[in-house]
Write a protein that binds this ligand. Sequence first.
Ligand SMILES: C[S@@+](CC[C@H](N)C(=O)[O-])C[C@H]1O[C@@H](n2cnc3c(N)ncnc32)[C@H](O)[C@@H]1O
Length: 239
Amino acid sequence: MTPKQFLLGLLPATTRGSLEYHFGSHHHFYPWGGAMNGQAARLELARSVIRATAPQMIVETGTYRGTTTEFLCDFDLPVTTVEIHPRFFTFARLRLQRRATCQVLQSSSVPVLRGITATLAGRHAFYYLDSHWEKHLPLREELELILTEGSEAVVLIDDFKVADDDGYGFDDYGPGQALTMDYVRACSLPPFHAFYPSVPGREETGYRRGCVVLTASAAQAAKLGALPMLRAAPHSRGA
Ligand SMILES: C[S@@+](CC[C@H](N)C(=O)[O-])C[C@H]1O[C@@H](n2cnc3c(N)ncnc32)[C@H](O)[C@@H]1O
């Protein structure tokens, strides 16, 4: 730890987040070079999924610096993003303050998703699940709230193991806590359809993190299955 980092660590988290925003270093605004880990194919994948499945809103869990949130705001849909850490929440709230359709919340993702899923009333959302890093991995609860029977919801999980493509990286938080299809299959979910990126990891740009797209809706799955950026995952329960 450098003396500067030590001194910054003594500041309240919100002050630090605010200073980082006003200081304006590129590294803080674009920690991985750009939205979705700086991955060009992933951005195209997300664009095509959102356009094809026509959600009425977008939800991101794990805002961090708001880099991907900015990208998600460009679809002219209401965007809700939730961040647990006060430092990153403060930074992202300042960054996104002029985005009229964007709501930045400081909370754990699960209560926010519980509220959203309870009030959607026939509308459906695109969910970008990226709230990893902390001791508690909320993914199982997130999926169980979102992927309910009859829901048209579409979910993109970042940092997910693409089973047959080692060119993509994924997160592993210890026994039973790796972001894999086994993890998803162990959740209490209705039958679901799963899709991996069709672009091989070695051809991706940026940080080459894997992902999976899930839905419990046969109608949404038919639309996703027709997209060139996706291919059906071999272990999908609903397929
Ligand atoms: C990988 S970063 C998100 C990156 C961001 N989505 C992007 O694409 O730029 C993960 C973030 O999730 C946050 N996080 C971890 N657990 C969370 C939880 N239970 N609820 C909300 N945010 C959480 C972390 O503080 C961290 O900022």
